[in-house]
Ligand binder design. Structure first.
Ligand code: G6Q
Length: 555
């Protein structure tokens, strides 16, 4: 089926702006940030942008005004504006799955209208939000109790990928706002250890499981959910009626939910136009809502929406996600940078890099264009990171003095949620210092002037010229978290448009799933199976069976 995206992307892969950027890069790559800052004393004030209380300082990037001009031309030539409109309108821009991409509808105000297949989806979004609010309030106040009437004290979300990473990240990020009388756990891995550890010390009569799965067929989630169900029922002497009070579901698949034994009245719905990795603000965020309460959850949605509106309406030049997306393309495709480090100077954001890994790498890890042709250059970079200041004492060495160019996103907050003496000023001093050191480094002359012996000078030189963005905002709140996530979602979208790829499918996860299904019976069969894999896989399967056998004799 044709979509506007498909039509507008018939243009040639290399636009004139792309070619111009290639030759412009030859000039810029020779410039040092020291010189760029010396030449323009106002650079650090000028190359900044602000929206919805998020301040982005992009002055420490290896760019000139001309670079930005060309990047904006590239965005125009790639039809970024019309593609943004197409996404917000509900066009089926996920062409390989023939789906609309409407996470923006999840945070659209009640009076908005977004039509998918002839139907306004916004009222449905709000009715699920109301149902989630009602349920969350009942759990939080104890009106919803367990099978024996005990109050729920433990909430265990069972899900994986998009049905896990967002909920975990948001719970950790917003723990300050959470009800501390409740314990939250997140089980994702099919490795039994994950579930076993989560269940080790909880009382089943006080435990609520949220089975979060868009499809309700995912191997890991369904295996964990079934084992959790067995655990619960066995603790209630085999009484399966207990399931109704201890299991709820978040899914698009009512038939499978009911087959599992969960009353669909206790199912929270979402829709095929919400991608897994874009779903933390849908019903997949039920655990988040129970933790922080409906009001805080709605504040988070409002934060998302503010950045949506900014992305949709702000001119490219001051558009935060556009700037971030284009800068990523600049380093990825013109400097050959392989990775981006995300470095939040906020302990509560410890899972934010892991969350962003899925958002960015599952979205833009593609090798063909929308038309199915092999891409000519590079698509999405590798994202990674750790909260500061911990990273400073480990991998920052390579960023400062290694041979690789690693653009960094520093994220910092003006206010801490836990004021403790001097801690916050010391934290912020570190984030500013790191960005400064990366950009400007330390020359051999400066090192020598400190009295360093000649032989040691090369080891102590910092070349500098290492780019970074600094995102500075007031305080980590539910609203700010929504803004930050939306910022990256739309930066990812911007990159995907420039690379002319489908950022919303994930076919790359399929093959491994299919092969695992083939291997499962080969591991589980009583007699030695006839194996038809390559010699390495065959050998590993045989060896595993043998080791397992030997071990079972020992026990
Ligand atoms: C995300 C992916 C993927 C998905 C999981 C879980 O965009 O689609 O990570 O979220 O595979 O899928 P279910 O929610 O269907 O269990």
């Amino acid at each position: 089926m044709a979509s506007p995206l498909r039509v507008t992307n018939r243009a040639s892969n290399k636009t004139s702006a792309w070619t111009a950027l290639q030759s412009h890069h030859k000039t810029v790559s020779k410039l040092h940030l020291r010189q760029l800052f010396d030449d323009d004393p106002k650079r650090g004030e000028r190359m900044t942008a602000e929206a919805a209380g998020i301040y982005l300082d992009y002055s420490k990037n290896r760019i000139t005004d001309k670079t930005l001009d060309l990047l904006f031309q590239l965005a125009e030539q790639r039809g970024l504006r019309s593609k943004i409109e197409a996404m917000f309108r509900g066009d089926k821009i996920n062409i390989t799955e023939n789906r609309a991409v409407l996470h923006v509808a999840l945070r659209a105000p009640k009076n908005t209208s977004i039509i998918v297949d002839g139907k306004n989806v916004v009222p449905d979004v709000h009715s699920v939000l109301d149902k989630m609010s009602d349920f969350s309030n009942r759990v939080r106040t104890g009106i919803w109790s367990g099978y024996t009437g005990r109050r729920i004290r433990n909430v265990i979300n069972i899900g994986i990928g998009g049905s896990d990473l967002g909920p975990v990240m948001a719970y950790e990020a917003l723990e300050h706002y959470s009800d501390r009388t409740l314990t939250f756990r997140f089980v994702s891995n099919i490795d039994g250890t994950d579930l076993a550890e989560a269940l080790r010390d909880v009382d089943p009569s006080e435990t609520l499981f949220i089975v979060s799965s868009k499809t309700f067929t995912t191997l890991e989630t369904m295996t964990n959910a079934r084992t959790a169900r067995l655990w619960l029922v066995s603790r209630f002497g085999g009484d399966t009626k207990s399931v109704a009070k201890h299991f709820v579901a978040v899914s698009t698949n009512a038939a499978e939910v009911s087959k599992f034994g969960i009353d669909t009245d206790n199912m929270f719905e979402f829709w095929d136009w919400v991608g897994g990795r874009y779903s933390m603000d849908s019903a997949i965020g039920l655990s988040t809502m129970i933790a922080i309460g409906p009001e805080n959850f709605r504040a988070m949605l409002d934060g998302f929406h503010q950045i949506d509106e900014h992305f949709r309406t702000a001119p490219l030049e001051g558009n935060l996600p556009v700037l971030m997306g284009l800068l990523t393309v600049w380093y990825n495709d013109f400097f050959g940078a392989q990775t981006v480090a995300v470095l939040p100077y906020e302990q509560y954001l410890k899972r934010f890099p892991a969350y962003l890994q899925q958002l960015t790498m599952e979205s833009n890890g593609k090798h063909v264009t929308l038309e199915g042709a092999e891409v000519k250059g590079q698509t999405g970079p590798i994202y990674w990171g750790e909260p500061g200041t911990n990273g400073q004492h480990s991998f920052y060495q390579l960023i400062h003095q290694g041979t690789k160019l690693i653009p960094c996103d520093f994220i910092a907050f003006a206010q801490t949620l836990n004021p403790l003496g001097r801690h916050h000023d010391l934290l912020l001093a570190n984030v500013f210092a790191q960005a400064e050191a990366l950009a400007f480094g330390k020359t051999a002359a400066e090192v020598k002037a400190e009295g360093t012996p000649d032989w040691l000078i090369p080891h102590r030189v910092f070349a500098g010229n290492r780019p970074s963005n600094t995102i500075l905002t007031e305080r980590l709140t539910p609203e700010t978290l929504g803004k930050l996530v939306a910022l990256y979602e739309h930066a990812v979208f911007t990159g995907g448009v420039i690379w002319n790829i489908d950022s919303f499918d994930q076919w790359g996860v399929e093959l491994g799933k299919v092969l695992a299904q083939r291997i499962i019976p080969e591991l589980e069969s009583e007699s030695a199976p006839v194996l038809g894999h390559d010699s390495s896989t065959n050998n590993l399967i045989r060896r595993y069976r043998k080791l397992r056998e030997e071990h079972s004799h020992e026990q």
